[in-house]
Design a protein around this ligand. Structure first.
Ligand code: AMP
Length: 435
């Protein structure tokens, strides 16, 4: 399959070539033709599969073919809803790249930054808006958004949008949109709430399921190191330092542990920045930029960064703590091994997290290699080994005692036999002289 065969217009084809997109990924080859036929789609696809282009290319093609008059204010015709500001800016970059020859206005709106520049852009007119639900509602309340001309609505990572508690906002937004529209819903997992959303927002959708867990396992070497929780920081710093890793994304479960781990690594001499929801938008952008440019070696982040961070050739992802949601494991690990590249995803798992990992393996449908990192074996394991050693030593001692007792007995028996023989033939067995 080629992008030409999918029927993309020359403006899009010439934008894809410099990005190194030689042929469509599986999700692109499956989704693009269906969207071009004007059908609604519900697709489950993991992160890193190329799903952004799968929805953005047919959207751009549809809008570019029906270009609006330059004299009238551009009305919003495409809306891409995403869960986080990181994903919003990442998607905006990609859509901007794909559509750079299509003369379409693309605007990203998300929280954590000033409203005014976004308001100005919306007032000038946008063909495509990429938005997080919360900030979009703010703009709606300010009267900056008109959906009356909306033709295509796209949910990117719908499960995450709903997990973040945006159900009411999404329902409210649907009420403002024309009933006659095309809707595409992309989600990593098919949760109950995603099914509910699909029922209220899609019409006779074509179901597309991309299960790339197997491919993912081939590209990304995944390992679990079992370690005591109080030695995780030490192991993390040793692992990065001793192997001279230069671009490592570390995930923690909470903001507090992100700060603590960041502190530890910085004090160990590893250039580290921390990314989580309490950091100002400018700090978050700076941290991501520094990480992408290799100005720092480690970025410690909460799950906020597991979606939307697209770093070419990111070699190492480490789960310092497991995510609370099994699906998030894939999002985190999916930051490496993007678009066919190889990578490593390591999880530092302590005793308390073992059952969580079983849940993750159920979602993955395969088991992950579990090892100890030499020198960082758990106390439990060391104690067990020591106990085994003591038992073995005891057994060895007992065996030795038995052996020497047996040997003594044997010697006595031989001597007794000799004496008996000597006595019978009149020889003193000690002096070997005739009596
Ligand atoms: P996505 O799942 O959309 O976040 O894409 C994951 C990564 O794959 C991004 O770095 C994209 O630029 C890249 N990508 C998407 N489609 C293709 C393609 N057809 N060929 C090569 N790389 C691609």
């Amino acid at each position: 399959m080629t992008f030409e065969k999918l029927g993309l217009i020359p403006e899009l084809l010439s934008a894809l070539a410099p990005l190194g997109y030689v042929k469509p990924t599986t999700v692109q080859a499956k989704v693009i033709p269906v969207v071009m036929e004007g059908k609604d789609v519900i697709a489950t696809a993991q992160t890193g599969t190329g799903k952004t282009a799968a929805y953005a290319l047919p959207l751009l093609q549809h809008l570019a073919k029906k270009e609006q008059k330059a004299t009238t204010k551009k009305a919003i015709r495409g809306l891409i809803l995403v869960p986080t500001r990181e994903l919003a800016s990442q998607v905006a970059l990609s859509v901007g790249d794909y559509g750079k020859e299509c003369s379409l206005e693309i605007v990203a709106i998300y929280g954590g930054v000033k409203l005014t520049p976004q308001t100005k852009k919306l007032q000038r007119g946008a063909d495509v808006v990429i938005a997080t639900p919360g900030r979009l509602i703010e703009h709606i309340k300010m009267g900056n958004v008109d959906f009356s001309k909306l033709e295509m609505l796209i949910f990117d990572e719908a499960d995450r949008i709903l997990d973040m508690g945006f159900w009411d906002e999404v329902e409210g937004l649907l009420g403002l949109m024309p009933k006659k529209r095309q809707t595409l819903l992309f989600s990593v997992g098919m949760t109950k709430s995603v099914k509910r959303l699909s029922e209220i927002s899609l019409k006779k959708p074509v179901k597309i399921e991309i299960n790339n867990n197997g491919d993912f396992a081939k590209k990304v070497t995944q390992t679990i190191y079992v370690v005591d929780s109080d030695r995780k920081c030490e192991l993390l710093s040793y692992m990065i330092g001793s192997q001279n890793w230069h671009q490592v994304l570390v995930f923690t479960r909470t903001k507090q542990s992100a700060d603590e781990v960041g502190d530890y690594l910085s004090k160990s001499g590893l250039k580290t920045l921390v990314l989580h929801g309490d950091k100002a938008h400018s700090q978050r952008t700076k941290a991501v930029a520094a990480f992408k440019e290799n100005a720092i070696r480690v970025l410690v982040a909460t799950d906020i960064a597991s979606r939307g961070l697209d770093i070419e050739d990111l070699p190492h992802v480490i789960n310092y703590e497991l995510p609370s949601d099994a699906e998030d494991y894939l999002h985190r690990a999916g930051r490496t091994g993007r678009a066919g590249k190889e990578g490593t995803a390591i999880s530092l798992v302590c005793k308390e997290e073992k059952s969580k990992f079983k849940e993750i393996e159920k979602v993955l449908k395969y088991t992950i290699k579990t090892e100890f990192y030499t020198g960082f074996e758990t106390k439990e394991w060391v104690d067990k080994e020591a106990k085994k050693h003591t038992i073995k030593a005891k057994i060895d001692r007992e065996k030795l005692t038995k052996y020497s007792v047996g040997l003594k007995r044997k010697r006595k028996e031989i001597k007794a036999k000799k004496d008996k023989k000597a006595n019978s033939c009149g020889i003193d067995s000690k002096s070997c002289k005739l009596k």
